[in-house]
Write a protein that binds this ligand. Structure first.
Ligand code: SIN
Length: 548
């Protein structure tokens, strides 16, 4: 196919790739120091952030303290969090929330005071919410309104970022696909902030929106960045299970309010698995649900809120109530069929405490990044806070970097791109679907060495099919999904213990020699210069402790 790439119509000091909470907050910070271009595939109202229901965890209630939030987060992370990053999160979080309130965010109140809810593994009620179960929606609404007020920020919606441009070791631009015209062009910038979110779509069942295809992780890997902790994928225990519907999230806040889990025979079962019952950590609840499904030969279990009272349920969970009703389930009267779904990537592009990656000029924040905040398992509702805190921090260091670097001339890259040829991917949809099923079956809630070896071999065959450049968003997404899935499977194969969200049926013990190491993957030379122990199917797997 002939090249359809052409010159960029615009120029900016900063590129922000992705427009969830982290990206929008970063853009606001950057706009104080230069022109900002926010690139979004599709529309900002399609981000993962906007779907976040339960809320945002922040130590602001009278009974709470940042030290307790810190302890709960470290405990959830099973000894694999970076403590300094967690400290940054919990200490800077309250100020970021106050700032959002100043911009107009309306969090729910009871008796004139903020209402703080409880979720699994939190020892205090600390989850702020908006419109019952529409917290992410409210935060994105306020941030977009603020972004739209800033003349220094330009939004390029429906623009898919194909790749990062690295010149003389510095990330200094991006190749972008205009989804409307099909044209590709180069956008140069002084600094780039990556905030593309997660990769839930690599799994057949996921609470993530259709655009969560791991683009940022894959393009950062291709640009030479390091991915850390990719084996840690959080599965949410309660997503709607209906053959005709996507796995819509049924917030953990429902269990926080007293919702119960029942097996296919109607029996309550969680107390048999954990003293905290239905509010046990997510990985334990997810595995308990799978065990009950197997024992009762069922495809799902049930979430029961019928005892909470119809008025309360409708007021507290209006979005969930209305969505289930659309699928003919009145949750005030009927049990809801649920099963686990891929929900959140704890791993991602390695960053330091300020969002700097190992590639100069490239910064990352939010789910695409691995700042070390989540360790082996994320504490519920910490991610919206992470987006705000680390979005702002990444922007601050990007500004400092940009002060020392000009906007580059990328004419040779443009010429190379214009001369390039695109490959074709026959039946991208079929490959996407096969990949999702492979990941769900072999790299899912419970993995084993055997299933991972099979998955890695299959993914490596698919990687050959997607090695070339493509013209369409559909093919480019599948390419990214294959690469991210390979990273998850390779890291999961390497980690021969079961910790946090990573469970290996062939090595269920939590602590084996070296269990506190972090997996780190790169596609080129290992940036940190630490020992390389394995080269596997085109990926370098470096097994030493964390960088920096
Ligand atoms: C939920 O509402 O259960 C999801 C919240 C989260 O994953 O942080």
């Amino acid at each position: 196919m002939a090249s359809r790439r052409s010159r960029a119509p615009v120029e900016a000091d900063f590129l922000v790739i992705g427009s969830g909470v982290a990206g929008l907050r970063a853009a606001l910070e950057l706009s104080r120091s230069g022109r900002v271009m926010v690139l979004t595939k599709g529309h900002p109202l399609q981000s993962s952030s906007i779907h976040a229901q339960g809320g945002v965890a922040v130590a602001m209630s009278e009974e709470d303290d940042v030290a307790i939030h810190l302890t709960d987060t470290l405990k959830a992370g099973h000894g694999l969090c970076r403590k300094e990053a967690v400290r940054v999160l919990v200490e800077e979080g309250p100020a970021r929330i106050q700032e959002l309130i100043g911009w107009g965010a309306k969090f729910d109140k009871v008796g004139g005071k903020f209402a703080f809810a409880r979720e699994a593994a939190h020892s205090r009620s600390r989850i702020l919410r908006a419109r019952g179960d529409a917290t992410g929606n409210e935060m994105v609404r306020v941030l977009i309104a603020e972004v739209n007020r800033q003349k220094q920020i330009q939004r390029l919606d429906h623009h898919f970022t194909v790749d990062l441009v690295v010149d003389a070791g510095r990330c200094c631009g991006a190749v972008v696909l205009d989804e409307g015209s099909g044209r590709q062009f180069v956008l140069p910038a002084r600094a780039i902030v990556l905030t593309t979110g997660g990769a839930g779509q690599i799994y057949a069942r996921t609470t993530n929106p259709a655009n969560a295809t791991g683009d940022g992780m894959a393009m950062a890997l291709r640009a030479g960045a390091v991915l850390q902790d990719m084996e840690f994928v959080q599965f949410h225990p309660t997503a709607l299970y209906l053959p005709s519907s996507p796995p819509f999230l049924l917030s953990e806040a429902m269990r926080g309010e007293g919702a119960q889990l029942r097996n296919n025979k109607g029996a309550l079962f969680m107390q048999r698995y954990h003293p905290m019952g239905a509010l046990a950590p997510r990985d334990i609840v997810s595995r308990a649900i799978l065990a009950e499904m197997a024992a009762t030969k069922a495809r799902h279990v049930y979430l029961d809120v019928t005892h909470l009272g119809a008025e309360f349920v409708k007021r507290r969970f209006p979005t969930i109530y209305a969505t289930c009703l659309r699928y003919d389930i009145d949750i005030t009267e009927e049990w809801i069929p649920v099963s686990p779904s891929a929900h959140y990537m704890m791993g991602g592009v390695w960053t330091d405490l300020n969002g700097a990656t190992t590639v100069p000029g490239l910064f990352a924040a939010g789910e695409v990044a691995c700042s070390g905040v989540h360790g082996a398992n994320r504490l519920a509702s910490n991610s919206l806070l992470e987006g705000l805190v680390f979005g702002a921090r990444a922007a601050t260091v990007a500004v400092a970097f940009a002060g020392r670097h000009d906007i580059p001339q990328l004419s040779s890259q443009e010429a190379a791109i214009r001369a390039g040829q695109f490959g074709t991917l026959d039946d991208a949809e079929k490959l996407r679907s096969s990949l999702r099923r492979t990941m769900w079956g072999q790299v899912g809630v419970i993995r084993s060495g055997e299933s991972l070896i099979r998955a890695c071999a299959q993914l490596s065959r698919w990687a050959q099919l997607v090695a070339q450049p493509f013209a369409s968003r559909a093919a480019l997404e599948v390419k990214n999904m294959v690469q991210v899935a390979q990273c998850v499977a390779e890291a999961a194969l390497w980690r021969e213990n079961s910790v946090g969200a990573h469970y290996r049926s062939d090595c269920p013990e939590a602590k084996r020699a070296g269990w506190q190491q972090h997996s780190r993957l790169s596609s080129g030379e290992v940036v940190s210069g630490k020992t390389l122990q394995k080269k596997s199917r085109g990926l370098l797997l470096s097994l030493r402790g964390r960088i920096g």
